[in-house]
Design a protein around this ligand. Structure first.
Ligand code: NAP
Length: 249
């Protein structure tokens, strides 16, 4: 299918996990890809090669810290120069620094807020002028079911992911009249390096509580992003789409 033919997407944090799968699905659908990562230089180079050779799209990886306001602005400026436009922004980069509130340090709180929430502000701000002048744009922000349900040991992460939802609904209201859409995806338990850290026992406990009785794959989340990035969803904005095997009902 070519649901994103001729479009250009920015995806933050695409060297692995969900972001990588979004880059692959987007490229498979004809989309040119500019993506960022924090430190995985080799993985990013491999992905760049895979996207250009397998799907014949333009693809480029940038080592750029999404938590930094000025770097995000230069990252986007460089993409506009090289790719000419931005149709889709996927704010996917995210980390965890889990701890019970009793033991949580100020650094653990600040790091999560900067990487998970401030990054969404940074990249959205940096793309805004381009979206407004094009009178077109689809912003997809990666939250989590934890941002809606809460989770013991993740008060920092849950707060950052809930913040993304409030931010996105406000942006959808501000920019709707300019044909710029903003939606949120809330993945449930998706099998990536982030969740592999939890170990076998925790994995089993999580999947027992999921109506579909299994963890999701990064491609399950990527499929929802293809829909939100494509013209199949031109009348969809300000929405939260859960990809969670029924965890959130
Ligand atoms: P992951 O496997 O840990 O990958 C994280 C990606 O983000 C990597 O590409 C990493 O780059 C990049 N990254 C980290 N910090 C960054 C920064 N400051 N600037 C730019 N890029 C940065 O994570 P994932 O499981 O795919 O999760 C992706 C998103 O989905 C996150 O927002 C996460 O909160 C959300 N999510 C995940 C799950 C799940 O079950 N996995 C569930 C709900 C929501 P490097 O490789 O260079 O470190």
């Amino acid at each position: 299918m070519n649901l994103l033919e001729g479009k250009t997407a920015i995806i933050t944090g695409a060297s692995r996990g969900i972001g990588k799968s979004i880059a692959e699905k987007f490229a498979e659908n004809g989309c040119n890809i500019a993506f960022s990562y924090a430190s995985s230089v080799e993985k990013a180079q491999e992905l760049e090669k895979e996207l250009t050779s397998k799907y014949s799209v333009k693809a480029k990886g940038f080592q750029s810290n999404a938590a930094d306001f000025d770097s995000s602005q230069s990252f986007v400026d460089e993409i506009v120069n090289e790719f000419g436009k931005i149709d889709i922004l996927v704010n996917n980069a995210g980390i965890t620094r889990d701890n019970l509130l009793m033991r949580m340090s100020e650094d653990q709180w600040d790091e999560i807020m900067n990487v998970n929430l401030k990054s969404v502000f940074n990249l959205t701000k940096a793309c805004l002028r381009t979206f407004l002048s094009q009178k077109y744009g689809s912003i997809i922000n990666m939250s989590s079911v934890v941002g809606v349900m809460g989770n013991a040991g993740q008060s920092n992460y849950a707060a950052s992911k809930a913040g993304i939802i409030g931010f996105s609904k406000s942006v959808a209201k501000e920019l709707g009249s300019r044909n710029v859409r903003c939606n949120v995806v809330t993945p449930g338990f998706i099998e990536t390096e982030m969740t592999a850290e939890l170990g076998e026992e925790a994995l089993k406990k999580w999947s027992d509580g999921i109506p579909l009785k299994r963890g999701g794959q990064p491609s399950d989340v990527a499929n929802a992003c293809v829909y939100l990035g494509s013209d199949m969803s031109t009348y969809v904005t300000g929405q939260v789409i859960s990809v969670c095997g029924g965890m959130l009902m």
